[in-house]
Write a protein that binds this ligand. Sequence first.
Ligand SMILES: CNCC(=O)c1nnc(C(C)(C)C)o1
Length: 326
Amino acid sequence: ITPQRVLYPPIEPYDTRMVDVGDGQQLYVEQCGNPDGKPVVFLHGGPGGGGGSDRRRFFNPDAYRIVILDQRGCGLSTPHIAQARTPDEMATNTTWKLVEDLEVIRELLGIERWQVFGGSWGSCLSLAYAETHPDRVTELVLRGIFTLREQELDWYYNFGASEVFPELWDKFCEPLRRSGHDFSRDNIAAYYDLLWDDDPDVHGPAAVAWTTWEAATTSLSFDPSHVEEFSDPNFALAFARIENHYFVNHGFMVEGQLLRDAHKLAGIPTVIVQGRYDMCCPDVTAVDLSRALPSADLRIVTAGHSAFEPLISSELVKACDEFAQR
Ligand SMILES: CNCC(=O)c1nnc(C(C)(C)C)o1
């Protein structure tokens, strides 16, 4: 099966700015492509995954006005959570604050309605935003569906993915074992204590182990350079702390909330791209979403989790090209 589309060439933003969204938070926002084009907003994963320039490349730059932001506490947004001293500094970093941030940015940029594009955590935030503001969304392009249900978190951080990557799971468990954790309670809760330990020799290695687990298991083919990129201590600390914060709080949602309310999206053209061998966010959640939203176009491809696997990026580019015609 050969990819039918490739990513558009690398481009640079025509506008970059820091947007004050309150709570002492400044968000990095950039715009690329055609200022008079079809507006689309790209929501990164993690949460806390931030950026890179390749996220610009899913969209035809002649057709789209591409809006990209780093969510609270990560990427180029400030203050960066790697500098946080206590978890209190995460208090205003919640799903619903990020939904509000998107409205602040949309209004600031004078955009009436926009296409929303998100993968993994970005798909969770896309659903939360669209279910809150369905009238502001022209289309949804979702990848690697993640809705932070108990079963999804359990699969990736307690038991499930551990059976597929036992040697990598061993490394994920190393900081837990070192702290005397007996695995009788949730690993996410145990990692919370490590990631906020005052001792950098505790929170540093824990953050790298947490982040390396994700980096090493999100592609069908193991890519050591991808793992290397994720093990920068500064990136890893913010990424791990923000993810862990959202997971211990179950995304600040009622269990199953996004699937329960997916019917609110019935009028929005939606494409779901899901890797058959996605070991981070297994297919069952994408299929559950398509059952809750039968109008969605579910496209399962032979790939893992990453948006940059050829068959996944091909399907994402195809969906955005199709929607650009609307
Ligand atoms: C459990 N995190 C799933 C997620 O949102 C995700 N998976 N990979 C990423 C990055 C590419 C941002 C690391 O995010």
